[in-house]
Ligand binder design. Structure first.
Ligand code: F6R
Length: 268
């Protein structure tokens, strides 16, 4: 796991945007995995800025989102499709026919929908770079604690903690879904690179468990310990419970030196 600590959340977003831009500018048919939630909003803002500055075009990019609420229509303002349109897709030159979310409408079979989503990812050539946030309970996507580390796209019941954490996004009288479709942990581990962003003090414990805790379904993000190319971008607050803080800063300096000498090499 490559842990990189920044002074603030804006720097995390800027660095994440560099990763995405590098992939998109380098690969003919890039496949990008996307996340929703508060954390990546500033990343999407950076990508929109790059696009408007003429530095980035999404015409060849295919995207797969991590998750979507069950039985929620894309016209619903709480749908993750709506979130993606608002925060990214409507502001860049992406072909929306190449943007996918693991949807499951009323009456559709969630098991079949999960299988179809996995197949679609395969057919696109697999995900090159998967953007991730992390829940305060250590979830990635909606893979809640005790999710199988071998899981694939499927329906998940959200935990009370996740419902409470996300209740800030729903009005008092608004329906808050308790079920979602999510890529599984094995689906996420299949991505060639995973880029996890975490900012703020409320993520510090989950970050510590992910980076230095036991590999365990209790902290689904700890599964990233098994990934060859897992990059973790943190602000100081999210990194505040990591004991070996200086080590990560030092290791990052060494990586930068190697990059300067031999060039940046990502095997997409
Ligand atoms: C959303 C997702 C979730 C969030 C996580 C953190 O697509 O996959 O795992 O990344 O719940 O959410 P925020 O960023 O709102 O703290």
């Amino acid at each position: 796991m490559q842990v990189i600590i920044f002074d603030n959340a804006q720097q995390v977003a800027e660095n994440a945007a560099e990763w995405v831009a590098e992939l998109i500018n380098k690969k003919t048919n890039p496949v990008l995995g996307l996340a929703t939630g508060s954390t990546p909003i500033s990343l999407y803002q950076e990508l929109v800025n790059k696009h408007k500055a003429g530095e980035l075009s999404f015409t060849k990019t295919t995207t797969f989102n991590l998750d979507e609420y069950l039985g929620i229509d894309e016209t619903n303002v709480q749908s993750y499709r709506h979130f993606m349109n608002e925060n990214l897709f409507d502001h860049v030159d992406i072909n929306k026919d190449k943007t996918f979310l693991p949807t499951c409408a009323q009456g559709e079979n969630p098991r079949q929908q999960g299988l179809d989503y996995e197949n679609k990812i395969q057919q696109a050539g697999g995900i090159d770079l998967q953007i991730l946030g992390i829940g305060a309970n250590g979830h990635i996507g909606f893979n809640e604690p005790t999710s199988s580390l071998a899981s694939r796209t499927r329906i998940k019941t959200l935990t009370q903690q996740t419902l409470d954490d996300n209740s800030r996004l729903f009005a008092a009288d608004e329906f808050q879904p308790t079920l979602a479709m999510t890529m599984g942990i094995a689906t996420i581990l299949d991505a060639r690179y995973v880029l996890l962003m975490a900012t703020g003090k409320n993520k510090a414990k989950a970050v510590k468990d992910m980076v230095t805790g036991a590999l365990s379904a209790v902290c689904p993000a700890s599964a990233l310990q098994l990934h060859e190319n897992a990059i973790v971008l943190l602000d100081k607050e999210a990194a505040s419970e990591l004991e070996d803080h200086e080590y990560y800063v030092w290791a990052d300096k060494q990586n930068n030196k190697i990059n300067q000498e031999f060039g940046l090499y990502h095997n997409y």
